[in-house]
Ligand binder design. Structure first.
Ligand SMILES: [Zn+2]
Length: 327
């Protein structure tokens, strides 16, 4: 457990997701205790979080509220357990509440449908579905849905654990991702992470999540918070600089992909994913496990779709498959 300014404690909750290792749950301990993010629905995670609370001298039944930055399994699925131990208020961004209410399973099915339309073989999409953490954690989502989640939107003020936090909508990593800002501290969720670039996947062909994400990063740069408290890994000493770095990474990606389209002609999202270079320990596409393929195709599509939004590519259908060509 790490003690941070303003009575905030960082508890590292273990994840069964090898590439991430752990998720940060922040305990706001001044005044009525609150949590920012809840962790994942596993016995190990529950035990680690309860141990952290005990070290902080907080009884789980005294938690006044839990606010989650986004709906992903590693950040919110432990909330039903906390709700069982007390009666905390439960808050989430309104965009992600809409995803929860319309069904996370449907959300993933729609995404995989889009991937199949983008050239991913059906068996591969089916395999990804079976392995997807959200599908495996569906029970926890169903339990979470039975609870009384309240939506947060841009500009809402949250008084939690002695802090006054302003809600900043930061769509991109998820449609309804939120940041919390107060006292020079920014809870960044997975919008800005140290050392890793958060995934941005296309979830609907008419959406432009990468465009939204780049705008969200610009907002973090403009806020220039003194300290960033991310969803994974250690604190960010200069969140604005990290946000700019991630934005530049995507700009470079976009230029590379545009050149690829110019060189190779129209490409589906699946073809683009296979041709793009990924920072991974696997040497060929065939070695990629389902989760890596899910993110690679989703990211390729998000970049293709954003090139279209910028007027640098055009969407077309080729042999019944969704593709883009350079403009
Ligand atoms: Zn995460």
């Amino acid at each position: 457990m790490e003690r941070l300014p303003s009575g905030i404690l960082r508890v590292e909750v273990p994840l069964p997701i090898e590439s991430l290792g752990s998720v940060n749950v922040y305990v706001l301990s001044d005044g009525e205790p609150w949590l920012v993010d809840a962790g994942i629905y596993t016995a190990r995670a529950a035990r680690q979080l309860l141990r952290g609370l005990r070290e902080a001298g907080i009884r789980p039944c005294d938690l006044a509220g839990v606010v989650v930055t986004h709906f992903h399994v590693d950040h919110m699925t432990l909330a039903p357990v906390l709700a069982e131990l007390g009666s905390p208020r439960l808050l989430i961004g309104r965009g992600d509440l809409a995803v929860l209410e319309s069904g996370v399973e449907d959300f993933i099915d729609r995404v995989l449908e889009l991937y199949t339309w983008s050239g991913m073989p059906r068996e591969e999409a089916e395999k990804i579905r079976r392995h997807h953490p959200a599908v495996r954690m569906m029970e926890a989502y169903r339990e979470a849905l039975e609870l009384d989640w309240r939506p947060l939107g841009e500009g809402d003020l949250l008084r939690a654990g002695g802090l006054e936090l302003r809600v900043v909508e930061a769509p991109g990593h998820t449609p309804g991702h939120i940041l919390l800002y107060g006292d020079g501290l920014l809870f960044t969720g997975d919008t800005v992470l140290p050392g890793i670039t958060p995934h941005v996947v296309l979830h609907g062909v008419d959406e432009d999540p990468l465009g939204s994400y780049l705008e969200s990063l610009k907002r973090v740069e403009a806020m220039a918070p003194a300290l960033g408290l991310p969803g994974h890994r250690g604190v960010l000493r200069d969140p604005a600089a990290r946000a700019r770095e991630i934005r530049e990474h995507h700009e470079k990606r976009l230029r590379g992909l545009h050149e690829l389209l110019q060189r190779r002609g129209p490409l589906t999202g699946y073809e683009a994913a296979r041709l793009m270079r990924w920072r991974t320990r696997y040497s060929s596409w065939d070695e990629y496990p389902p989760a890596e393929r899910f993110f690679a195709v989703g990211e390729a599509l998000a970049h293709l779709r954003h090139l279209e939004a910028r007027g640098q590519a055009e969407r077309l259908e080729r042999d019944g498959l969704l593709a883009w060509r350079a403009l």
